[in-house]
Design a protein. Structure first.
Length: 251
C-alpha cells in the first residue's frame, strides 16, 4: 500500500494578517502545481479564511488547529466543523500536546472532536506522543496506546482509513531535539500494529502517520524515508517558507 506523504505546517499562535497571507503565497509558490506530496497549512483560526483565499486554486490545503465538537449554539468563543468547512478547511489538528497540557484536553474530548470532524467532512490529524518522563520511565508505548485507544474510541473501520495520526514526542516539540529515525520508526511501527488490532491490518495500512518534533530541512529526508513515516507535522520550521519548502522537497 502506498500512502501519500502529507506535510502540514502548524503555525500555532503566530503570524498577523499580512504575514500569514504572504507566507501562504510563498509556500504555494514553492510547492508548485504538481507536488509529489500533499501539503497543508494550519494558521490561527482568525486567518484561516485569508490563507484559504491565498492558496485557492493551488494544491496547498488548509487546516484548523482545533474545533469544538458541537453544532451551532450557545458556545461563546468556539468554532465548529461546519464553520471550518464553510471557509475552505480540509484538515483539522486534534489533541495537539500543547492543547492537552495547557488547555486540559483529554482523550475523551479528542474523541468527540474526532467524531465532529468526520461528520463535518474534515480530515482529522490526531496527535499523540509521550513526554520525556514517560520515555525515560519506559512508558512510551503504554502512553501512546492509551492516547490512541482513548482518542479513537467509537471510530469505525470505514472512517478510520481516512484519518491521519501525528506521532509527536512532547520532548521533541520546539526543543530542537528530534527523535532519531530509528526512535521515530519504532513508535510509528508500533502505532501501525496497534491500529491493525483496533481496526484491521488493511485499514491500518491506509492510515497516514506523520512524525512531528523539530522537523527541519536537514533531518526531513531521513525521517520521511522510514517505512512507517508518512509525512511530517511541522511547527517552527513551517513559519519560514524556505525551511518549509526544504521539508517538502528535501535535498
Ligand atoms: C508541533 O507543534 O506540532 C511541532 C512539531 O513543532 P516543532 O516542529 O516546532 O517541534
Amino acid at each position: 500500500m502506498s500512502r501519500r506523504t502529507l506535510i502540514a505546517g502548524n503555525w500555532k499562535m503566530n503570524t498577523r494578517a499580512d504575514s500569514a497571507v504572504a507566507l501562504a503565497r510563498e509556500v504555494a509558490k514553492a510547492v508548485g502545481e504538481e507536488p509529489a506530496v500533499d501539503v497543508a497549512l494550519c494558521p490561527p483560526a482568525v486567518y484561516l479564511s485569508a490563507v484559504a483565499d491565498a492558496v485557492a486554486g493551488t494544491p496547498v490545503g488548509v487546516g484548523a488547529q482545533n474545533l469544538y465538537a458541537a453544532q451551532d449554539g450557545a458556545y461563546t468563543g468556539e468554532v465548529n466543523a461546519a464553520m471550518l468547512k464553510d471557509i475552505g478547511c480540509h484538515y483539522v489538528i486534534l489533541g495537539h500536546s500543547e492543547r492537552r497540557a495547557i488547555l486540559g484536553e483529554t482523550d475523551a474530548m479528542i474523541s468527540e472532536k474526532l467524531q465532529a470532524a468526520l461528520a463535518g467532512n474534515l480530515v482529522p490529524i490526531v496527535c499523540v506522543g509521550e513526554t520525556l518522563e514517560d520515555r525515560e520511565a519506559g512508558n512510551t508505548e503504554k502512553v501512546v496506546e492509551s492516547q490512541l485507544r482513548g482518542s479513537l474510541a467509537g471510530l469505525d473501520e470505514v472512517r478510520a482509513a481516512g484519518i491521519v495520526i501525528a506521532y509527536e514526542p512532547v520532548w521533541a516539540i520546539g526543543t530542537g531535539k528530534t527523535a532519531s529515525k530509528e526512535q521515530a520508526e519504532e513508535v510509528h511501527a508500533f502505532i501501525r500494529k496497534l491500529l491493525g488490532e483496533m481496526f484491521t491490518p488493511e485499514v491500518a495500512d491506509q492510515i497516514r502517520i506523520q512524525y512531528g518534533g523539530s522537523v527541519k530541512p536537514n533531518n526531513a529526508k531521513e525521517l520521511l524515508s522510514q517505512p512507517n513515516i508518512d509525512g511530517a507535522l511541522v511547527g517552527g520550521a513551517s513559519l519560514k517558507a524556505e525551511d518549509f519548502a526544504g521539508i517538502i522537497h528535501p535535498a
